[in-house]
Design a protein around this ligand. Sequence first.
Ligand SMILES: [Zn+2]
Length: 412
Amino acid sequence: MNLHIDSERLKGEIEELAKISNAEPPAVTRVVFSRADLEARAWVAALCSDVGLQIRQDAIGNTFARWVGSDASAPAVGTGSHIDAIPNAGKYDGVVGVLGGLAAIRALQRSGFTPRHSIELLIFTSEEPTRFGVGCLGSRMLSGTLSAEAAAALTDKDGHTVDEVRRSAGIAGELRDVRLPTGYYKAFVELHIEQGPLLERQGLPLGIVSRIAAPASLRWEITGAGGHAGGVLMPDRRDALCAAAELILAVEAAARGSGAVDTVATVGVCDVFPGAVNSIPSRVHLMLDIRDTDLARRDGAMQAIAAACQSIASKRNVTIAAQPINADAPADCSPQVIAALTDSCRELSFPFTTMVSRAYHDSLFMSRIAPTGMLFIPCRNGVSHRPDEYSSPEDIARGVLVLAQTLARLSA
Ligand SMILES: [Zn+2]
């Protein structure tokens, strides 16, 4: 098959899409169901229609653009990603998988290839948790990981529910119909920037993902006793912030002590009450994010942290209440999709490596309902979620070419 990627056009489209944003260039801000997000979706959908793809939108706004195969009833091969962007983000996260997926489909069409299985490009709703506090909203619902009832109960910071917001964005239908049946996809493959430095450091243009790490997160409320910073003597103190400090270090120790570099744990939120220089902290709110590619290892680290909680609470005479937020299981990529990606890289004589994804993506949830794989391309200095996020047109085109070959293999 003689495939040619129109790299110039793709570069131009990435630049165009970046202009549909609520931030000053080069920053991109496209929060789900904002005017910019809706305009961007319509713009991409029009590009898909231009090449004859059939467009459908589900009740949460996931958009499907289908190139109907010669066996229209056979399960489709899916590809795609997201175009929503956190505040002050860059141009490439997610976008490379959407516009790159479309560029791959165009290249296949130009080559004269006819897929037997339909090829379907997906634009997932709200991969970023900015608005509703839950990442991968669209793919969680597609995979049945998040129920329609649970999704309907989510609210944004203004108290508007998902249901209100999506309906006022003109998205109709019933949320319970979003879930896809197992077997809908024969395979799913997502092209994405690495969002880390490893490919660039190794001088490799492509990474085939073997496992996708998944986060667990929880809130802690530590309650001690407040008082006057001069009046309460040290032996009588029940300082909630001192307990929090010990707990944060216990989190670090648990991640470092897991024996694997893939265990990472972070306390990124620490709110102190009352927050006055001459007042002993009586209450502290912490948030933990812990990730691993191995569920048992992550659970082990969580147990070590829970044990630390108990001993810190009793030693310091404070209470530590934990409230879990989510605990997604990591996923293995499908051997079938990994093999298709590997064969495509070899056929094109592109060097590659096998790696884990430390960030999570819509693919994590698609893997619950379809054999799933991911292909990474380098991004400069590993930077992502920043205006200076950058992947070169050459690296993007190489990724798109491998994606196109892989889609051809999987859909033949
Ligand atoms: Zn992304």
